[in-house]
Design a protein around this ligand. Structure first.
Ligand code: MSP
Length: 678
C-alpha cells in the first residue's frame, strides 16, 4: 500500500447522526478506525484519527422538536453519550468534530464559495420524492409502492427552489479518477459497484434547502441552508482547519474514510466530485464495511435487540468485545453479532489459546527459572523455528492491517499462539529442568516469552488494555514498537503471574451475563431501555436497504440483493447454533470403569480449564479404561452437567457408533488440551 511511505496517516469514521445514541453499528466503525489508528501509531506514523457528529438537517430539527428542545440544546444534550461511549470502548480519537462548531461552518462556507466560483453551483427548481430518514431525494422509479426503499415509509413530493451542484459534468472525471486509482474504494467488489453507478449517468445534485433553517447558511443567500450531506462530508477537511492550515498540510488527503456500505455513494461519488470541483486532492481510500445484524436480525429498537456497546464492554470486558468484533466479522462483509459467538471467542481464543500460553509460560518461569526472564542463551533448532514463525507472522499481520483486513491479521497472530503452545509442549521445559539441562531450559523459556511478547505487541491495536497487561507480566515495560526485535526482552526482569488475563465464562456466568444485559437465551434483548435517551425520538435505526419484508423464519436481508448472506436451506442450521457448541480437544488423564455399570467409564480429562474435569461416557463396550489414558479426544465442554450413577459428568466426548459399539474420536497430533474444535 502506498500509505506506508508517508509519515502522516489520517483515518476517519462517518460523523454520526446525533438523533440516535451510540449503538453496536456505530461502535463497530469507531472501534475499527481506532484499531487502524493504533496500528499505524505502533508503526511510528503520525496519526490523526477523526470522528464526530452530524448535527444539522431536517431529521435532527424534527427530533429536537419532538423532544421539545431548541435544536442546539438538543444536539448538545445528545453529543455527550457519544464521547462517553467511545471512551468506554477504549477508542482514542485525536479529534471529535461537531458540525455546529464555528471551525466547521467557516470551512464549509469557504468550500461552497470556491465551487460556486467555478460555475458548478447554480440555482434551479427541484421536484422529486424526499425521505427525511435518508435526507435524500428519490426518483419515482426508486420508490417501492411509493415508499422509501430504505425506510419503507412514504416519501414526500417536494418542489422547491434549490441550489444544484453540476454533478453531471463530473462523470468522465470521476471515471478517469477511478481508473487511475483502482483501489480508491475497498473492498474491490465495491469499487465495481461505484463505477457501474457512475457509468449509468449522473444527475445534478440538489445541495440546498429552503424549507427549514437548521443548517449552515448558503453564502450570500439567507433563504437557503446547505444540504446536510454537503455540510457533513466537508467535516473531513474542516477538522484539519481547511485548505492551507498546518494540519491540512500534514494529513490531507485522508488515507481512508471508513464507512458503512449504506453511505458509500456519498463518499465515493459526491465527495470526490466536490473535491475535484474545489481543486483539492482526493482521499486515498474509502473502505466500505458491511452491516452488522444481531442474531441474524437487523438492529432495531422495535425488535428490542439493540445492544448498548458500553454495557457490552462492562459485562464482557472492552478488549474481549473489540477482539470479537475485529476477529469474527470479515471486515468488508456483513456480519452477525451473537452473544454465544462472543462467549465462544472469549473462551477459546482469549482464555484458552492466549491466556493459557501466558499463564503456563509465566508459571514455568516462576517454577523453573526463579521467576525472572532467563538469559536468551544459544537458541536451538526449535527456538530458531519459533523465531522464524514470529517474524513471518509479524510481516503477514502487518500487511493484513495495512490492507484493512484485521480479521486476517488476528487469524495469523492466533496461529502463532498455537505455535507457541506447541513449542512449549514439544520443548518440555519441565523435562529439561529435571535433566539439569539449564542452558537449554533457559533458551526455551526465553523463546516462549519472546513469542508471547511479539503476540502481545501485535494485539495492542485491537486489545490495548490486555495486551499491555500481558507485556508487563512478562517484564516488558518498554515503549511498544512494531516491528519488534527478537531478543529485545531484557533478561533478569521479574515476571508476574497474576489473575487470568481473560477468565473463562462458564455456563452459569454466561447466564448471569445474559441476565445483566437483559438478553434471552437466543441473545435477543428483552427491552433494553438504556439505549433510548430521554427526549430522543423512538425512531428506529435506518434499517439496511431491505426490499423484502422479514418473516418469522427468514431474517431480513441486510441489503437487497445480498450475495453474502445466502437464504437458509431447509434442514440446515445457522452458524450461530454451531458456534454455541464448545467443542474442545481434551487429554485423558485417568480412566476407570464405573462399578455396576456395564457400559460406563469415568474419565478424568484435561480440557484446558486449569483443573481436571470428570466425564462419564458409555464406551466400555469397546474400550478398556487403560487404552484411553493419554489419548487426545474431542469433548463438548459446555454441556449441562448430568449425573450418571451418582457421578456428575461435566461434558460429553464425541464418538461414532459402528457395529453397535462406540468408537471415540481422537486426534493424533499433540494439540494442546483446551484447543477449540471449529
Ligand atoms: N451522518 C451520516 C454520515 C455522514 S459522514 C460524512 C450517517 N450517520 S449514521 O449515524 O446513520 O451512521 C452511519 C454509519 O454508522 C454507517 O455508515 C456505519 O458506519 C454505521 N452503522 C450504522 N448501523 C450499522 C450496522 N447495523 N452495522 C454496521 N455499521 C452500521 O449516515
Amino acid at each position: 500500500m502506498d500509505s506506508a511511505n508517508r509519515t502522516g496517516y489520517f483515518v476517519t469514521t462517518p460523523i454520526y447522526y446525533v438523533n440516535d445514541v451510540p449503538h453496536l453499528g456505530t461502535a463497530y466503525t469507531t472501534i475499527a478506525a481506532d484499531v487502524f489508528a493504533r496500528f499505524h501509531r505502533l508503526r511510528g506514523r503520525n496519526v490523526r484519527f477523526l470522528t464526530g457528529l452530524d448535527e444539522h438537517g431536517q431529521k435532527i430539527a424534527e427530533a429536537a422538536e419532538a423532544a421539545g428542545l431548541e435544536p442546539k440544546a438538543f444536539v448538545d444534550r445528545m453529543a455527550a453519550p457519544f464521547r462517553e461511549a467511545w471512551a468506554a470502548l477504549d477508542t482514542n480519537p485525536d479529534d471529535f468534530i461537531r458540525t455546529t462548531e464555528e471551525r466547521h461552518q467557516r470551512v464549509v462556507q469557504a468550500l461552497w464559495s470556491r465551487i460556486a466560483a467555478t460555475g458548478d453551483i447554480y440555482k434551479g427548481l427541484y421536484e422529486d420524492w424526499y425521505c427525511t430518514g435518508c435526507e435524500a431525494y428519490y426518483t419515482e422509479k426508486d420508490l417501492v409502492d411509493g415508499k422509501c426503499p430504505v425506510h419503507e415509509r412514504p416519501a414526500t413530493k417536494m418542489r422547491t427552489e434549490s441550489y444544484f451542484f453540476r454533478l453531471s459534468a463530473y462523470q468522465e472525471r470521476l471515471l478517469r479518477f477511478y481508473a487511475a486509482q483502482p483501489d480508491f474504494v475497498l473492498p474491490a467488489s465495491r469499487m465495481n459497484e461505484v463505477v457501474r453507478f457512475v457509468e449509468s449517468g449522473l444527475r445534478d445534485l440538489s445541495i440546498s434547502r429552503a424549507n427549514f433553517r437548521w443548517g449552515i447558511p448558503v453564502p450570500g443567500d439567507d433563504e437557503h441552508v446547505m444540504y446536510v450531506w454537503f455540510d457533513a462530508l466537508s467535516n473531513y477537511v474542516s477538522a484539519l482547519g481547511g485548505e492551507g492550515a498546518p494540519d491540512y498540510r500534514s494529513f490531507w488527503p485522508a488515507d481512508v474514510h471508513l464507512v458503512g456500505k449504506d453511505i458509500l455513494r456519498f463518499h465515493a461519488v459526491y465527495w470526490p466530485a466536490f473535491l475535484i470541483a474545489a481543486g483539492m486532492p482526493l482521499p486515498r481510500h474509502v473502505f466500505a464495511h458491511g452491516w452488522l445484524t444481531i442474531n441474524g436480525q437487523k438492529m432495531s429498537k422495535s425488535l428490542r435487540n439493540v445492544v448498548e456497546p458500553r454495557r457490552l464492554a462492562e459485562c464482557y470486558g472492552v478488549d474481549a468485545v473489540r477482539y470479537y468484533l475485529m476477529r469474527d466479522v470479515n471486515f468488508g462483509l456483513d456480519g452477525d453479532f451473537s452473544h454465544a459467538a462472543l462467549v465462544g471467542r472469549i473462551n477459546a481464543d482469549l482464555a484458552n489459546d492466549l491466556g493459557n500460553l501466558l499463564n503456563r509460560t509465566v508459571a514455568l518461569v516462576e517454577k523453573l527459572a526463579g521467576g525472572t526472564v532467563p538469559p536468551a542463551g544459544e537458541p536451538g533448532e526449535r527456538e530458531r523455528a519459533l523465531r522464524q514463525a514470529a517474524e513471518r507472522t509479524a510481516a503477514q499481520a502487518a500487511d493484513e492491517f495495512e490492507a484493512y483486513r484485521p480479521h486476517r491479521a488476528l487469524e495469523a497472530i492466533w496461529a502463532l499462539c498455537a505455535e507457541g503452545n506447541r513449542f512449549v509442549d514439544a520443548a518440555a521445559p519441565w523435562a529439561l529442568a529435571k535433566a539439569g539441562r539449564t542452558a537449554e531450559l533457559h533458551s526455551v523459556l526465553y523463546a516462549a516469552l519472546e513469542a508471547l511478547r511479539w503476540i502481545a505487541l501485535m494485539t495492542l491495536p485491537v486489545m490495548p488494555g490486555k495486551a499491555r497487561i500481558a507485556l508487563s507480566r512478562i517484564g516488558d515495560v518498554l515503549p511498544a514498537a512494531w516491528p519488534a526485535t527478537w531478543g529485545g526482552l531484557p533478561s533478569g526482569v521479574k515476571v508476574v503471574r497474576g489473575e487470568p488475563l481473560f477468565p473463562r465464562i462458564d455456563a452459569d456466568r454466561e447466564k448471569e451475563l445474559a441476565r445483566m444485559l437483559g438478553i434471552g437465551t437466543e441473545g435477543a434483548a428483552v427491552g433494553d431501555r438504556r439505549s433510548t435517551v430521554e427526549g430522543a425520538p423512538a425512531a428506529d435505526r435506518p434499517p439496511p436497504a431491505a426490499a423484502v419484508a422479514p418473516t418469522a423464519d427468514r431474517p431480513p436481508p441486510t441489503a437487497a440483493p445480498n450475495p453474502e448472506r445466502a437464504q437458509r436451506v431447509e434442514g440446515t442450521i445457522p452458524y450461530d447454533h454451531f458456534a454455541k457448541l464448545e467443542l474442545r480437544i481434551a487429554k485423558v488423564l485417568a480412566a476407570e470403569k464405573v462399578p455396576k455399570a456395564d457400559k460406563l467409564i469415568r474419565l478424568s480429562i484435561d480440557a484446558g480449564d486449569g483443573t481436571p474435569r470428570t466425564i462419564v461416557a458409555g464406551i466400555a463396550a469397546r474400550y478398556q479404561p487403560e487404552q484411553l489414558v493419554g489419548k487426545r479426544i474431542v469433548v463438548l465442554a459446555n454441556l449441562e452437567p448430568r449425573t450418571l450413577r451418582g457421578i456428575e459428568s461435566h461434558g460429553m466426548l464425541l464418538a461414532a457408533t459402528h457395529d453397535g459399539k462406540p468408537c471415540v474420536l481422537t486426534v493424533e497430533d499433540e494439540i494442546p488440551p483446551g484447543t477449540r474444535v471449529s
